[in-house]
Design a protein around this ligand. Structure first.
Ligand SMILES: [Cu+2]
Length: 292
């Protein structure tokens, strides 16, 4: 006759663990369903597509999550140790193939469905009429450069980079195209007009992210990475760096102002006005003690 080991098989521990798992499931589902922690509404058409895809993925993975966690809670309670003989199993190949196959099909389908949203922003270039702004990240600020009245970005020279003397990007004063470039700490773009950002980094990898655009792109030293969008709503939106880029990473933020066409023209005109007359090159002050 099979002997039961006395003292084993208290249902309390298993019941407690099962309940804890059920509670975690409820809290997680509530956190997602309540919408309390979701991103603010998007301001691009592509953003709507991204949101749709995100929601779909969340529902599919959510159902799998709830079922698997409830299954786990059930198994913990149902198959708890109460002194019975253990039963050896080599697993079930049919089941293994079935759920691995189902997972592959599920994730491939989600990937194929998301293809359009991804391709729309990555496989085609920006329109030639897009407003171009160069974005440069460095520890721990963003700088935005507009090409100025000539429509051309001037030459940059890394040896001339000097934030303290007002040349954070290292604009080369010898280049005519650089003289009218406008460098600002915030980004201003026109509404309903395609904007192409050219991302650069001066020191380490940074990442440009605006939640409302649903776009995130790394800025990598030595590369110019383009990304584009069309904002459909005016307002001010936060730009953050989403790449842990150093000790001051948390304060690497700026703002994007989306303004009407008129306001944009005025903004550019104001900036160009400030460029005139062309600022004289800063005199070089000899260091103290240096021979004159
Ligand atoms: Cu950064």
């Amino acid at each position: 006759m099979e002997m039961k080991t006395p003292g084993k098989g208290s249902a309390a521990t298993a019941a407690f663990l099962s309940l804890l798992i059920c509670l975690l499931v409820v809290v997680t589902v509530y956190a997602f369903m309540s919408g309390k922690y979701s991103a603010p509404p998007t301001i691009t058409r592509l953003g709507l597509e991204v949101d749709h895809q995100y929601k779909l993925t969340l529902i599919v993975t959510g159902i799998v999550f709830v079922l698997s966690q409830l299954g786990l809670a059930f198994a913990i309670f149902r198959f708890r140790d109460h002194g019975q003989r253990v039963h050896f199993t080599r697993g079930n190949n049919t089941l293994e193939i079935l759920w691995t196959g189902a997972t592959i099909v599920l994730f491939l389908s989600l990937g194929v469905m998301a293809r359009h949203a991804w391709a729309a922003s990555h496989f085609t270039g920006a329109s030639p009429e897009a407003v171009q702004v160069e974005v440069t990240g460095n520890q721990f600020v963003w700088n935005f450069r507009y090409p100025g009245p000539d429509g051309r970005f001037g030459r940059l020279d890394a040896t001339m980079v000097s934030a303290s003397s007002g040349n954070p990007l290292g604009l080369d004063p010898a280049d005519k195209a650089a003289k009218d470039d406008i460098v600002l700490p915030t980004l201003t773009v026109p509404v309903n007009h395609q904007v192409e950002l050219l991302l650069r980094a001066q020191d380490v990898i940074h990442s440009f992210f605006v939640r409302e655009l649903r776009l995130k792109q790394d800025a990598v030293p030595g590369m110019v990475i383009p990304m584009y969008f069309t904002a459909t709503q005016t307002g001010q939106y936060e730009i953050v760096c989403t790449q842990l880029c150093g000790l001051g990473h948390y304060r690497m933020r700026s703002f994007m102002n989306v303004v009407s066409d008129d306001d944009y023209r005025k903004f550019i005109a104001d900036q160009e006005q400030q460029l005139l007359p062309a600022p004289a090159p800063a005199p070089i002050t000899p260091a103290i003690g240096a021979p004159r």
